[in-house]
Design a protein around this ligand. Sequence first.
Ligand code: PNS
Length: 171
Amino acid sequence: MEQYISVPRIGVYPGSFDPVTMGHMDIILRASKQFDHLIVAVLNNLSKNALFTVEERKDLLRKMTADIPNVEVDSFRDLLANYMRDKNAHVIVRGVRTITDFEYELQMASTNHKLNPDVETIFMMTNPKYSYLSSSLVKEVAHFHGDLSDWVSPEVGQALHQKVKENGGKK
Ligand code: PNS
C-alpha cells in the first residue's frame, strides 16, 4: 500500500505591498484558509522606487495580519523561484483583478515554473469591490490628501498621510 506522509501546505503570497491595501488583505484572508501556513513575502528591491521601506511595509503587514495565526510576514531579495526553494514552499498565490493583470501574471507564473518546476502559481480573483484598487492609486489619492478610508486600514492611511507630509509634496 502506498504511504502518504502529511506535509504542511505552505503558500507564498509575494508582492511589493507599498503599502498593503484592503484588496491585498482580502486575498491574504482567503488564502490563509487554503494553506496550513501562508507567507506574505515583500520584495526587497532596491531599484524599485518605493514610498515605504521594506521594514515599514512589513511592519504594516504584521499589524494587519496579527489576528491570523497561520500568516507570517517576511521579505526576499532573490528570485522568487529560489526563495520558494529556501522556504520549501511549492505554491505561489497571486490576486488577479482584471484581464490586463492576467497577461503579466501568466508571464510571471510561466517564468517561475521554468526556474523552479516544483512551483505552481494559483490565482485568486480579487473581490470585485476592489477590482480597480492598487497601491499606486492609493498613493496618488494620498498625495492630494484624499479620503482613503475605503481602501486601506486607518493605520495604513495614517502612515500614508505622514509620508506625504514628510516628503513635502514630492512623490
Ligand atoms: O506587487 P507586485 O509588484 O505586482 O509583485 C511583483 C513580484 C514581487 C511578485 C515580482 O516582481 C517578483 O516576484 N519579483 C522577484 C524577482 C523575480 O523572481 N522575477 C522573476 C519572476 S517574474
